[in-house]
Design a protein around this ligand. Structure first.
Ligand code: HEC
Length: 124
């Protein structure tokens, strides 16, 4: 199953690469995995399957935040703590961001914030 996903996604990457010959550079970034896939493969280890958080990982619940809060948090996490939080555990993740990006586990902040809110928020 994992192999199949790899094959499919490399095929998609090839198609995407071959498609951008002469067109001017656009700002559209294509991500290898959807926010749901990234969440399942990485985030859920610490934040739980439903965003409920995991005490043993010191990861807070993210199922009560509104989209705007999530966006700010994720921006902070991806940009090395420019925001107000003291991103402790995510300091580590920032160093690993290169590796995560190489593996394709990058995501669009807005899309991820929307995914987390729509899928996990318990106050909606
Ligand atoms: C290695 C464990 C770990 C992984 C993997 C992880 N997180 Fe976190 N996350 C934490 C910890 C610990 C915190 C709290 C400290 C901090 O903000 O750095 C946190 C904080 C957050 C916050 C802010 C929550 C708050 O209340 O301040 C958000 C949003 C978040 N993570 C989203 C994600 C997403 C999305 C992913 C996957 C791309 C992810 N995290 C992967 C451990 C993890």
């Amino acid at each position: 199953m994992k192999k199949l996903i790899l094959i499919v996604s490399s095929a998609v990457a090839l198609i995407a690469l071959s498609g951008c010959g002469d067109s001017p550079k656009s700002n559209t970034v294509t991500y290898k995995y959807t926010p749901a896939e990234v969440y399942k493969a990485t985030c859920s280890h610490c934040h739980g399957d439903k965003g409920e958080g995991k005490a043993e990982k010191k990861a807070p619940a993210i199922n009560k935040k509104i989209v705007q809060e999530l966006e700010l948090d994720l921006f902070d996490i991806k940009n090395g703590g420019l925001g107000q939080s003291t991103a402790t555990e995510h300091d580590v993740m920032e160093h690993n961001m290169q590796k995560l990006t190489e593996k394709g586990y990058d995501y669009d902040i807005k899309a991820m914030a929307n995914y987390i809110f729509n899928t996990f928020n318990i106050n909606k």
